[in-house]
Every structure is written in structure tokens, then in C-alpha cells.
Design a protein around this ligand. Structure first.
Ligand code: MN
Length: 131
């Protein structure tokens, strides 16, 4: 029997890597390179900055309505139980839709760092084609 531990405290993500209110819970970190399992809660309209993961990322939508975009591609709307594989090194962002909160699990292999962060997703980018 392995150690039973408490559910981790939620951490508020900072405005240099997100727009709006985003809380994350670091559920697990195992192996080398480290595989990280995070649960993230996005308020309506909240989203990450543009970023890339050196070894890619799996996003599992748990609740709400998610928006995801890879650079140069359309904004995808994802629903609970949909799973998206973000390819290694591809610039992207993810977040909640404008009128629904969203919770996701993110599985990320972090080879040195979790993500390489870029620019904020502007309202013009976020709402492109949606209003
Ligand atoms: Mn990502």
C-alpha cells in the first residue's frame, strides 16, 4: 500500500501566463523526464497565454466548454470527455469559452520545463469569429 496523501491546494495562476482567473492543482508528478498531471479550472473567458510544450500535452476536458487553438488553425470547441493531443513544440492556447467555466486535466511531459510561454491571447484572437 502506498502513501495516501491530501488533495493539493489550488494555486492561482499569474497574469504573465494567463488572462482571467485560472486555478491549478498539481495532482501528480512521476518519472524522469517528469510526467505532470494537473487539473485546471478556468473562469468564463479565462485562457492561457500562447505557449508550447517541448514534449507535447494531453488535454482531457472534465466539465464546461473549452476553447483550444493551435497557431494558424481554427479555434476548436471541446466538451467534457473529449481529449486533445497537443503536438510537441506547437504553439497553442487553451481556456474556457466566454460564457462557461471549464475544468481540464492536463498531462504534460516536462523535459526541464513545463512550458515555454509567449504572448497573451488578445480579446481579438480569443473572440475571432465568435461575436
Ligand atoms: Mn498547453
Amino acid at each position: 500500500m502506498q502513501t495516501l496523501r491530501d488533495y493539493p491546494a489550488a494555486l492561482r495562476q499569474t497574469a504573465d501566463v494567463t488572462t482571467g482567473t485560472v486555478w491549478t492543482e498539481a495532482l501528480a508528478q512521476t518519472g524522469s523526464p517528469a510526467v505532470l498531471v494537473n487539473r485546471a479550472h478556468f473562469s468564463p473567458g479565462a485562457r492561457t497565454c500562447w505557449h508550447r510544450h517541448q514534449r507535447g500535452q494531453t488535454l482531457i476536458i472534465e466539465s464546461g466548454v473549452a476553447l483550444v487553438q493551435e497557431e494558424g488553425g481554427p479555434i476548436l470547441e471541446l466538451r467534457p470527455q473529449q481529449i486533445l493531443e497537443c503536438a510537441p513544440g506547437v504553439n497553442h492556447w487553451h481556456g474556457a469559452s466566454g460564457d462557461h467555466a471549464m475544468t481540464q486535466f492536463a498531462i504534460t511531459t516536462a523535459d526541464g520545463q513545463y512550458a515555454t510561454w509567449g504572448q497573451l491571447v488578445t480579446d481579438e484572437q480569443y473572440y475571432a469569429g465568435r461575436r
